[in-house]
Design a protein around this ligand. Structure first.
Ligand SMILES: Cc1ncc(COP(=O)(O)O)c(C=O)c1O
Length: 375
């Protein structure tokens, strides 16, 4: 099947309108302050080798979908870490360690966050202990070891690895640098979100005089999505339609928005989009997302390998893009939403729309990436 007929067949799984949406800039910036956002940008942009990641036009995909423009923020180029997570964990390590006597950093991770924390610990001369579940690939573990971390594999899923991390860290007086918040643990997750917001600062400058009409944000526990919402509040003087996309098997934001409160879901089958396979939205992101998201959408794993291939083979853009599994749902959901006439109308997607999508990671898991390319 040609690309033309192919993407025009793609479908989303579930779609939800947030009946509580009421974007309130002031409230959002009370949760993640403009000052925290500005300090993060000032700090990160002064790091060695800092560069804005490219904002690429998916002009060929747009020819099919018939919108105005599709912008793709390519986080495969984020430092040498190959994902936006480089902005969060490493920044939080640097900030939290100031005035702190702990010299061992710990975290639990699906991969990219741990890589960032390990990099941050290494940069700051600290030891690092990283807890991973049985679902995290050995190739991801190896990269974290290459950043000097001690990687500890825990039986079970991400939550089990986090529980073990908390137990061992409390016992050994290690500083946990986690991207998930819970009661009494909000400062570090806020720092990671402040770090992520650099993506929106860069985008607001790269977009020049264009206006973004729709932004599609991937969510795992919601940290990156909420950070982008805070970035929108900080850097844009208008409000695009904000759409959160999740794997259908792990739609904890959609379920929570539907109920108007945090809903924990049980994941029957882990999505290939490992970093987004999360059962519960984190506390701080929830405070931001609950009233600012306009729509939620979910996607299946069915189109991941095709999207990875199309990005690599220049079927969507003039240039080759290395996009890993978590870079695909923005594109898949956009095609799905656009192909459904009724939904397209509901979200006001049309030939005037400028859509912003985040290519959150490159071939961060090299083995999986190769598999997806050749599947
Ligand atoms: C690799 C990766 N991990 C995690 C996430 C989700 O981030 P969060 O858990 O902050 O919602 C994403 C978002 O796309 C991602 O690409």
């Amino acid at each position: 099947m040609s690309l033309n007929s192919e993407v025009l067949q793609w479908k989303y799984e579930r779609f939800l309108i947030n009946k509580n949406s009421n974007f309130n800039k002031k409230k959002i910036l009370q949760i993640l302050s403009a000052e925290d956002i500005d300090i993060a940008y000032k700090t990160i942009s002064s790091w060695d080798n800092y560069l804005s990641t490219p904002l690429i036009l998916l002009n060929k995909l747009n020819e099919k979908l018939k919108l105005n423009k599709i912008f793709y923020k390519d986080e495969s180029k984020r430092f040498h870490l190959k994902s936006f997570k480089a902005l969060g964990g490493a920044y939080a390590v640097e900030k939290i360690i100031k005035g702190n006597d702990k010299n061992v950093i710990s975290t639990a991770t699906a991969g990219n966050h741990g890589r960032s924390v390990a990099w941050g610990a290494q940069k700051n001369g600290l030891e690092c202990k990283i807890f991973i579940s049985e679902f995290v690939s050995e190739s991801r573990a190896k990269v974290m070891r290459n950043f000097g971390a001690d990687v500890i594999r825990v039986k079970g899923n991400y939550e089990d690895s986090l529980n073990e991390c908390i137990i061992q860290s409390n016992k050994n007086n290690w500083q946990i640098v986690q991207d998930v918040a819970w009661e009494d643990y909000k400062l570090v997750p806020k720092l990671t979100m402040a770090g992520y917001s650099v993506m929106m600062k860069e985008t607001s400058e790269q977009i020049k005089n264009e206006k973004i009409s729709h932004v599609i944000l991937q969510a795992g526990v919601g940290g990156m999505a909420a950070a982008m919402v805070a970035g929108i509040a900080r850097y844009l003087d208008y409000i695009p339609q904000i759409i959160v996309v999740e794997p259908d098997s792990a739609a904890c934001v959609l379920e929570s928005i539907n109920k108007g409160k945090i809903e924990k879901i049980s994941i029957e089958k882990e999505s290939i989009m490992g970093g987004m396979s999360c059962g519960e939205v984190s506390l701080v992101p929830w405070e931001i997302l609950k009233n600012s998201v306009h729509f939620c959408v979910t996607v299946s794993d069915d189109y991941i390998s095709k999207t990875v291939k199309y990005l690599a083979n220049k079927e969507f853009s003039n240039e080759k893009i290395i996009g890993g599994e978590c870079s695909t749902p923005g594109i898949v959901s956009l095609a799905g939403l656009n192909n459904d006439y009724e939904t397209r109308k509901k979200i006001n997607l049309n030939e005037n729309s400028n859509v912003l999508i985040f290519g959150c990671e490159g071939d961060a898991d090299e083995e999986l990436y190769k598999k997806l390319l050749t599947e």
